[in-house]
Design a protein around this ligand. Structure first.
Ligand code: GDP
Length: 434
């Protein structure tokens, strides 16, 4: 999906506009467990377009001086976005900081849409003409806090989206390697691509600065490693911030089917790891947990199972994800990764016939009778798979209220025991049959 970045000096109302445009989508996501409340990055839609938004104001670059901070944010927008929305304030008028931002945007070839915020009433509309001086075209008056003018602004934004036709069908398995800074992502990428049995067939530059790497294994399996660019070239001031790495991870998750989440064996599990893993889980992506730097820790015969238990404890919702212990330094077990990615991708796309599925469900009910409440018993009529990636099943019952969480969990476990869904979340949807 196209990326829209919001930039502008502090206090012009970037976050207010961001939240308005993301609107209900954020609210829906927040209802689900384990999900990030980070508003730095959010899905949004307008007309027939789905897109992602980045609020660059959320990237705090530590104690960088004011201008350096703005520069970092604008640079980020220029690198990541398909369309940039520059926000200024109609109440405060044109400032020098606005001009600094505009000059930077000028030099990029990304389309820029100029939003004049805080135009809360029609009388203020004639104040927007000053902003033509920025040389960014027509200013669009909006009021983030009142929700005014956003439709016109969005119409203008979507006009600049790249042609969807450019994205053609592709057999390759798309995966990405995510994790906190310094866990060894780049080292793993380089080691994987450097293996003899892997042929890097081409490197695609896309319209954005993001670069995906395509490779083929000896077995002839094709892969696209998403967003490897961020790992190859480094050194921008925002790249070492935690928030940036979270944002980068969310974007990679959006663009891939399989996620390799890298954990540093030495540094252990951090809050941010859970945050990002929760996002991948909610997005329904297949997942492999990769514990890196396995060479660097002292081990006895229990070290691996202890670490595994710790991961299972910390990431309860990822009980389906296989864990692999590797070393990018020595190359230990890295050769297994492509096959693991392929296996979990197969499971993620798996389709079960209705007759087999219903045999499993009916057998499960025979072992463990359905719950009842006030003398009414849950009746399960029929189940069918309605989607893949992730596998999604609808179960038709007499009364949705009678399906307890624990029974749903039991059915899910039975499905998992009967079919190999290693590495993929599965979804059960319970519906009342009319
Ligand atoms: P990234 O920020 O996640 O891409 O991490 P890098 O790949 O840049 O690695 C961060 C640091 O960890 C570097 O100093 C690497 O040399 C080191 N490193 C990466 N993988 C391993 C590993 O398997 N073992 C050891 N001992 N060090 C590693």
């Amino acid at each position: 999906a196209p990326i829209v970045a919001i930039v502008g000096r502090p206090n012009v109302g970037k976050s207010t506009i961001f939240n308005r445009m993301a609107g209900e989508r954020i609210a829906i996501v927040e209802d689900m467990p384990g999900v990030t409340r980070d508003r730095l990055y959010a899905p949004a839609e307008w007309l027939n377009y789905e897109f992602r938004m980045i609020d660059t104001g959320g990237i705090e670059i530590g104690d960088a001086p004011f201008l350096a901070e703005i520069r970092g944010q604008v640079e980020l927008a220029i690198n990541e976005a398909d369309v940039i929305v520059m926000v200024v304030s109609g109440r405060e008028g044109l400032t020098e900081a606005d001009e600094v931002v505009a000059r930077m945007l000028y030099k990029s070839d990304k389309p820029v849409v100029l939003a004049v915020n805080k135009v809360d009433n029609p009388e203020m509309r004639h104040d927007i003409y000053d902003f033509y001086a920025l040389g960014l075209g027509d200013p669009f008056p909006v009021s983030g806090s009142h929700g005014l003018g956003l439709g016109d602004l969005l119409d203008e934004i979507v006009k600049h989206f790249p042609d969807e036709a450019a994205e053609q069908e592709d057999e390759a398995i798309r995966f990405s390697i995510i994790g906190r800074p310094n866990v060894g992502k780049s080292s793993i990428v380089n080691a994987m691509l450097g293996e003899k049995r892997v042929i890097v067939s081409d490197i695609e530059g896309t319209t954005r600065d993001a670069i995906d790497t395509r490779f083929v294994t000896e077995e002839g399996d094709e892969f696209v490693m998403v967003d490897t660019a961020g790992m190859r070239k480094r050194g921008k001031i925002y790249e070492n911030t935690e928030k940036y790495s979270v944002m980068r991870a969310m974007k990679a998750i959006d663009d891939s089917n399989v996620i390799l989440m890298v954990i540093d064996a030495e540094a252990g599990i951090r809050e941010q790891d859970k945050h990002v893993a929760g996002f991948a889980h909610e997005a329904g992506r297949a997942m492999i947990i990769v514990v890196n730097k396995w060479d660097a820790i002292e081990k006895n015969d229990r070290t691996m199972s202890d670490f595994e238990n710790l991961i299972r404890e910390e990431f309860k919702f990822l009980d389906y994800a296989p864990i692999v212990f590797v070393s990018a330094k020595t190359g230990q077990r890295l050769d297994r990764l492509p096959q693991m990615v392929k296996d979990v991708d197969d499971n993620h796309r798996k389709r079960i016939t209705s007759s087999t599925l219903n045999d499993v469900i009916m057998d499960a009910i025979a072992i463990n009778p359905t719950p009842s409440d006030n003398g009414r018993r849950l009746r399960v009529y029929y189940a069918t798979q309605v989607a893949t990636q992730p596998p999604t099943f609808v179960i038709f019952v007499n009364d949705v209220e009678l399906m307890h969480f624990s029974y749903e969990r039991f059915l899910e476990n039975k499905i998992r025991e009967s079919f190999d869904f290693t590495g993929t979340p599965i979804k059960l949807i319970v519906r009342a049959r009319k």
